[in-house]
Design a protein around this ligand. Structure first.
Ligand SMILES: *Cc1c(COP(=O)(O)O)cnc(C)c1O
Length: 409
């Protein structure tokens, strides 16, 4: 077997699968055996798709649940570099995943594990994107799926989940409340918790390490100076950092990048802890979270401690950006690269703009911004920041006048 589960609290190790430590109830983490270095280096160097990395997944079956996740493009952002006065900015576009966000990576692994463990049903708490991804992989695997969403989740975000055939239920609370709610349901009914946080499900998180593996190969084993990632629960950042540590242990890179975690000002538990140099286990729940970046509105980031530890260990930064900086960044990214990012993902470009402006990121440094989700996930936000186009009669001269006005602008 290629992994064991280790309890973060009592440190006991298990080679049977559990969701939480059977000895003390602590959070379990997957530890991989990386001793066959030559083979694993070969895997990382030659992978051409997400499931080529299965030696790094806690999976014992050949029956994988896949709908074409991962292996997303890395785009050199030439025009964005020019605008920012940078030389090496790259966008990793996770919006190209089957359901439009990186969540397809953890949920592909999560549902493969659910099939392997013969789950009767699955349930997830989500702000919308993880729920939609769970619904899609549940459909592909034929397992029933319940999705708990905050009451005020816009119907446009819920509809995707419903079209995939999952059962959506709204909860009068925020996304952290939704995740809290389902622990008792899982225990009583013996269902699988698919929420994308290690304390809920230690298996799914291993899927997101592949973002680091792909980045390393796509950049020809050059380590960027900075990788900028939005933080919701913090699991994605922690997992990508774990992936970079694997690459270093296997001798494929000689250093890890500095990790930047970005939140929105109105819901920034990790950034607030970082600002006062708090210990990773001292992150405080945000009361009444709000904001435009709904995909990262986690009042209590369940993987926040792992994310903050990764930020400290890598010499990185945790910070927050405002709603108007997010709107500006969405527009800047769109018009310089052709990549449409949802607000939670535009945060990364807002952060880069600020860090470059403050001189904390230098012109010559290499930076990857992770666009975690497609702008089409939140058309309401884009519409609210767009001016409605002119309407012209079927009259060429009238059309010319409007075109001339644009040209003279
Ligand atoms: C879930 C999500 C995030 C946050 O990921 P975490 O692992 O919860 O930190 C960021 N962006 C998008 C688009 C998401 O769907």
């Amino acid at each position: 077997m290629n992994y064991t589960l280790r309890c973060r609290i009592c440190k006991k190790q298990f080679d049977h699968d559990f969701f939480r430590c059977p000895a003390c109830g602590g959070v379990l983490e997957c530890d991989f055996d990386l001793s066959d270095q030559q083979h694993l280096r070969h895997v990382l160097q030659n992978a051409r798709g997400f499931w080529d990395y299965s030696d790094f997944f806690p999976i014992r079956t050949d029956h994988i649940v896949s709908i074409g996740e991962g292996e997303t493009p890395l785009v050199y952002a030439k025009n964005l570099c020019a605008e920012l006065g940078m030389q090496g900015v790259y966008i990793k576009n996770e919006g190209q995943n089957p359901t439009g966000t990186f969540k397809d990576r953890p949920l592909s692994v999560g549902y493969t594990k659910a099939v392997e463990l013969q789950a009767e049903a699955t349930i997830i708490g989500s702000a919308g994107n993880a729920g939609a991804a769970a619904a899609a992989y549940a459909a592909a695997s034929g397992i029933r799926c319940f999705v708990l969403l905050p009451e005020f989740t816009a119907m446009e975000r819920v509809a995707q989940t419903l079209r995939y055939g999952a059962h959506a239920i709204k909860i009068r609370g925020n996304v952290s409340d939704c995740i809290d709610m389902l622990n008792t349901v899982c225990a009583r009914r013996n269902w699988h918790n698919m929420s994308t946080a290690v304390p809920c499900n230690p298996f799914q998180a291993e899927g997101s390490k592949t973002i680091a593996y792909e980045l390393a190969r796509q950049l020809d084993w050059m380590t960027p100076d900075w990788v900028i990632i939005p933080i919701g629960g913090g699991g994605n950042l922690a997992s990508i950092y774990k992936g970079y540590c694997d690459l270093k242990k296997l001798g494929l890179i000689d250093r890890v990048p500095k990790m930047v975690g970005v939140q929105e000002e109105s819901c920034a538990a990790v950034a607030q802890a970082y600002a006062i140099h708090a210990a990773p286990d001292q992150i405080k729940r945000v009361e009444n979270p709000s904001g435009v970046a709904v995909a990262i509105q986690d009042a209590l980031p369940l993987d926040g401690s792992a994310a903050l530890q990764a930020i400290y260990d890598s010499g990185g930064i945790a910070m927050s950006v405002s709603a108007s900086q997010i709107a500006d960044a969405q527009s800047l990214l769109g018009r310089t690269t052709g990549i449409f990012a949802e607000p939670a993902s535009a945060c990364t470009v807002a952060a880069l703009t600020r860090l470059k402006g403050d001189g904390r990121i230098l012109k010559t440094e290499k930076v990857v911004c992770l666009v975690t989700g497609n702008g089409l996930k939140d058309t309401g936000f884009a519409i609210a920041h767009s001016v409605a186009p002119d309407v012209v009669d079927m009259d060429e001269q009238a059309l010319d006048r409007v075109i001339d006005r644009y040209i003279s602008m």
